[in-house]
Design a protein around this ligand. Sequence first.
Ligand code: SRM
Ligand code: SF4
Length: 548
Amino acid sequence: MPSPVEIIKARSNYLRGTLEEGLADTATGTIAEDDTQLSKFHGMYMQDDRDVREERRRQMLEPDHSFMIRARIPGGICTPDQWLAMDEIASTYANNTLRLTTRQAFQWHGILKGDLKSSIQAMNAVLVDTIAACGDVNRNVMCTVLPELSSIHAQVCADATSLSEHLLPKTRAYHEIWLDQEKVEGTPDHEPIYGEVYLPRKFKTVFVVPPVNDVDVYAHDLGYIAIVEDGELLGYNVTVGGGMGATHGDPDTYPVLAKVLGFCTPDQVNAVAEGIVTIQRDYGDREVRKHARFKYTVEDKGLDFIREELAKRTGFELEPERPFTFTTSGDPFGWHESEDGLWHLLLYVQNGRIADREGAPHLTGLREIAKVHQGEFRLTANQNLVIARVPAAEKERIDALCAKYGLDAYAKLSATRLNAMACVALPTCGLAMAESERYLPDLVGHIEGLLDKHELSDEAINIRMTGCPNGCARPYLAEIGMVGKAPGRYNLHLGAAHNGDRLNRMTHENINETEILETLDGWFGQFADQRAANETFGDFVTRVSGEQ
Ligand code: SRM
Ligand code: SF4
């Protein structure tokens, strides 16, 4: 029997449901339950403030509802004008913060139902949309932010953007509901790629340019690893079947690394994506949502089946995979020059949250930079930000603005803090079981203390925390991963590879801060004494645990 979400999609008339009526109803700040599923396809989630949930329940008040909106930003690239519009939405309609996500997109929290349309229209005015930012479709397409070769970056990002457009839903529902565009009479909606029930589950695509695996290519349903020879983009190794999500206590759900399927040329990129997406459309599980991600389809059917089925659908076979090497994941902070003589400044943003805090007015600072910057902004896959395409003559001015508004933290913080990342979790995420974004910075402070004690302060150990096992900060690819189990309690995972090609393993279940720090203290002691030359913490833990 199809899962309940399948039924909602089927009767939604191509994602319309009763969203329009729900928006018009000013008696409530909520929308109908079925519409909360459909609104995701339009890039928004109904949430409530979990900090006050219990208190309001006691007072017999309904939850404090508002909406989270996520924008679609292919490759994480936006212009200064677009930045200013995103910033304006943050201060006018949202909670005065801009949140950069682990998939290179913007999120706003705390938007009231009555302000949803104005927010979407403000984005539309600068050519940004929220179509397919969430929902059972291909989501925001990611791309490496900083390959040294800017011409390669431009080509790979152009392929990422073209793929994002190619896989967009074709329904006019978004334009009618949010942009007040006329219904086109007599031309019924038609979804040539997705069909009327769309995909069985969310679908994520990524482009990466080795040797930096900043986008964690193995964590996604579909990936394209750029193969570059003598400065020329030959094509891509195609990866399939990665995913992070799991459920505590359910052994049938687990993180999986994507596998390489073969090689395609740049002109075959969209055909491959369409082929893979339609395979998932036709063979993905529509009954058990927890088993509906493409990673399970790939595991159940096998790589050979996927390869043959893809060839049938595209009319060509993938070539054998080409050699490539990843040296690191994470973001390279600071200034970088690219071959065209332009400069790019990669700034640290704590857990992606841009706000005006005391002594660190980052929202204002980035607004001031956007007013004078002529290049572009690039959101990274690790919730950080690049001020990209800066002419040499402008560097000093950008540096001065960063210093003035406290945006130059990357030059002062420990390598471990710069490599730490937390998902949103409380108070907005309805699925959070423990704190993450609001707690990790303090915990990292304690971890820094331990690293100092063992004279490991310069180590760039990557630490990732999530408030539940869904994996939004890709914690299973961290050298130290912490996955929320209950308030103040986490599962500890250790030993992923620094270049993102090996998952970590759970070493401790349901432990508190004291136990986490005691465990890490022990490991850091051993690491300081027994590590091999240049061995990373993740590799050391894996070797010593006998699992390599
Ligand atoms: Fe996520 C659901 C936040 C990246 C796996 N994710 C959610 C929701 C929407 C909660 C919900 O369904 O009610 C969270 C909203 C919290 C809030 O208040 O903002 C949420 N996910 C995020 C973000 C904002 C985390 C962040 O701190 O940056 C990331 C937004 C990305 C974007 O711009 O599109 C985010 N989510 C991810 C990633 C990482 C990635 O894709 O690289 C993953 C793991 C990779 C994967 O998909 O396997 C991820 N999110 C999930 C899952 C588990 C999916 C699964 O296969 O089991 C859920 C729950 C679900 O889908 O049922 C989820
Ligand atoms: Fe919410 Fe869990 Fe994702 Fe964190 S990992 S944002 S707690 S769904």
